[in-house]
Design a protein around this ligand. Structure first.
Ligand code: ATP
Ligand code: MG
Length: 313
């Protein structure tokens, strides 16, 4: 709790013409933490990340990056690296040449900057001498991350870094981010994947139409749930259905299970009512083969929060 803050944003507002992209946003990210931004398309995630990178300036509010107040001038704050909307690369240069060029901008040789190590860390060693123009989305993401790592940032800002990564690539990138955080770097990233955020982030901020709908640890978000839909597979679907209909606090959700899934029963309930149903099933000699939420509690909480905010206007 006493860790120094890498990001401290208070009441940040940013408009594009009539569009209020960010509306009084607060954000705190401590050093050594990975913070996730999540929210529907157009919620303001990229806009907020762009402010952290110094790509734009807020209309209102106060922003401190690595302890330094950000003024009105458009400058990249020292110690910050990352990208939004995909990394900027020289398409005709290879990955190795792209990184060497960046190192040269900082007055270092490729060797001094550790280009080979960084290429290895993001898994690009085998294609390091191919031109970047032939790179897939996932390979470009990895090269963008490599470019950011080269500067040894104390704050790393990434817009949907898992986009386009295969499962092995995702694990590799997660590993890199985890190691950075363990060494004291703060990471702020956006994602549409709740499972990624759950695996990576100690805190998440949910944005909905430019406002903070939630900020805190993922388990706290998951706990914000009311009722959830649960899918049950039993040895006797008919009997299970009858028991569910007769259990207080349990509603049977017809049509929620996929059509090919005849054996599944979907119920909507709070946890205590689900417990009661399970006790009754077992008591009636109906075996329970599977019981799981239809969507993860985190995803359900996210949907509930953002849908509410969108229709509430
Ligand atoms: N340069 C710009 N000019 C005009 N409007 C913009 C600009 N950048 C963003 N906006 C608007 O600001 C709002 C927030 O956009 P932003 O790109 O930050 O959302 P996002 O959360 O990153 O969405 P996505 O999940 O689709 O990436 C949107 O309504 C968008 O149309
Ligand atoms: Mg975006």
């Amino acid at each position: 709790m006493d860790r120094p803050l890498a990001v401290r944003a208070r009441g940040i507002t940013k408009c594009f013409g009539d569009v209020v992209a960010l509306d009084g946003v607060d954000l705190e990210v401590a050093r050594g933490r990975i913070h996730g931004l999540v929210g529907p398309n157009g919620a303001g995630k990229t806009t907020l990340l762009g402010l952290l990178l110094g790509l734009a300036v807020a209309d209102e509010g106060r922003l401190d990056i690595l302890g330094v107040p950000i003024g009105r001038a458009l400058t990249a704050p020292a110690g910050v690296a990352g990208f939004v909307d995909g990394p900027g690369l020289y398409p005709s240069l290879t990955a190795r040449q792209n990184l060497a060029a960046l190192a040269a901008l900082g007055g270092r040789s490729a060797r001094e900057a550790g280009v080979d190590d960084v290429l290895h860390e993001v898994g690009l060693t085998d294609v390091a001498d191919d031109p970047a123009r032939g790179y897939s989305l996932g390979m470009r993401q990895r090269l963008g991350l490599a470019a950011a790592l080269l500067t040894e940032p104390r704050l790393l800002v990434l817009d949907e870094p898992s986009n386009g990564l295969d499962p092995a690539g995702k694990r590799q990138v997660h590993g890199v981010l985890g190691r950075l955080a363990a060494n004291g770097t703060a990471v702020v990233l956006s994602s549409h994947r709740m499972d990624d955020l759950q695996a990576l982030c100690s805190e998440v901020t949910v944005l909905a139409t430019g406002r903070v709908a939630f900020s805190g640890p993922p388990p706290k978000l998951a706990a914000e749930n009311g009722e959830l839909d649960y899918r049950l597979i039993t040895s006797d679907p008919e009997a299970a259905r009858a028991l569910a209909l007769g259990t207080a606090g349990v509603r049977v959700v017809d049509g929620a299970a996929p059509r090919h899934d005849d054996a599944a029963l979907v119920v909507r309930a709070h946890v205590p009512a689900v417990d009661e149903l399970v006790v009754r099933l077992v008591g009636a000699g109906v075996a329970l083969r599977e019981l799981a939420p239809v969507v993860s509690p985190l995803e359900a909480a996210f949907l509930a929060l953002t849908e509410q905010k969108e229709t509430g206007g």
